[in-house]
Design a protein around this ligand. Structure first.
Ligand code: AHM
Ligand code: MG
Length: 337
């Protein structure tokens, strides 16, 4: 009897990848699978958000001064829980938590990775049924294994990520992750509760027709950013256009679409917030890593995002990410700032 091997689950895929490295310990594969498990639990709650009391504000404000939704807290606890009880992670940083968490137990102290995540990005969209997501970033710790991890393990530049990924809770739920070897996407099959390889070896098209930016802030942007946005609006058939503006306000969904179809996403600094809104460590670095591995680019307008030396967990940065040729064109405007 021939067995249909067309469907490869996340677990099978990570094991298959690991076998190509005889010296691999399996810790990274295990960590990626732990994240998949938490994602499935979060997915169940996100799917029924309209039905149950879990919907709505938790009545607290997070470290950034923003309202915390109940699902944010639930998601945070799920991701932190699987990582704490797994065998691969020594500590975490989260958008929802004031400070890094050092797990400091025997197994965790002997783990070689630390993880940073935004458990539920775009959560302002929960109660209007728009796609939201989880974003994560994995680093090999620089402190000695066998000891509790330390702050410096978390404040590494994005170029040192060993893996990064996101889960999009959308019309279907997808788990996309990148290692230096490539970007792969898995779609959750709700019938069997497994992430199945659906988008192998994702490449970001070098160009696209979509630009994504919050136009409401237009007059808060620098003159050169405004000039670039004007150029996007004036594009026609003679110069790669016309462009379409698409901005959901949920970065995971906006960047996912642009990664798959080609496009550029901008969250520039504004007059009163020159560093913009998005956080370097658990929002921008993971997407910069994923998109670069897929062939695109990511900058803060001047520098490659992945080369920024972080100084604090919740630091913000202007963020520009997308198709290579579109990013190159953006550079010609932003370099004038
Ligand atoms: P959050 O982490 O509080 O959910 O905010 C991040 C989100 C991004 O997903 C999105 O791109 C951005 O905020 C939208 O912000 P704005 O409404 O200012 O355009
Ligand atoms: Mg966020």
């Amino acid at each position: 009897m021939t067995i249909n091997r067309k469907i490869l689950t996340l677990d099978e895929f990570t094991i298959q990848q690991m076998r190509q490295f005889p010296s691999a310990t399996g810790e990274l594969s295990s960590l990626l699978r732990d994240i998949g498990l938490a994602a499935k639990r979060v997915n169940v709650e996100v799917n029924k958000a309209g039905l149950v009391d879990i919907l709505g504000d938790a009545g607290t404000v997070n470290i950034q001064g923003e309202d915390v939704k109940k699902l944010d807290i639930y998601a945070n606890n799920q991701f932190m829980g699987v990582l704490q009880h797994g065998i691969s992670c020594a500590g975490i940083g989260s958008e929802e938590l004031d400070d890094f968490v050092v797990f400091d137990d025997e197994i965790s102290n002997n783990s070689k990775y630390v993880v940073q995540f935004d458990p539920l990005d775009g959560s302002g969209n929960i109660d209007v049924n728009i796609s939201i997501g989880t974003i994560f970033s994995v680093y090999r710790r620089i402190s000695e294994v066998g000891q509790p991890c330390v702050k410096e393990d978390f404040l590494q530049p994005g170029s040192r990520q060993v893996a990064a990924g996101y889960i999009i809770y959308g019309s279907s739920t997808m788990y996309v992750y990148a290692t230096k070897r490539g970007v792969n996407g898995f779609t959750l099959d709700p019938a069997i509760g497994e992430f199945c390889l659906s988008h192998p070896d994702i490449k970001c098209p070098p160009s696209g027709k979509v630009y994504s930016v919050n136009h409401g802030n237009f007059f808060q942007y620098t003159i050169n950013t405004r000039e670039y946005i004007n150029v996007c609006q004036k594009k026609d058939k003679t110069n790669g256009g016309p462009y379409t503006q698409r901005y959901i306000g949920s970065m995971v969904a906006d960047v996912h679409r642009n990664l798959m179809k080609g496009g550029i996403f901008l969250y520039p600094g504004t007059l009163d917030k020159p560093n913009g809104k998005l956080r370097l460590l658990y929002e921008c670095n993971p997407f910069a890593f994923i998109v670069e591995i897929a062939g695109g680019r990511a900058t803060d307008g001047k520098r490659r995002i992945l080369e920024i030396e972080p100084t604090e967990l919740h630091q913000r940065t202007p963020f520009f990410v997308g198709s290579k040729d579109m990013m190159d064109e953006l550079d010609t405007y932003l370099q004038k700032d």
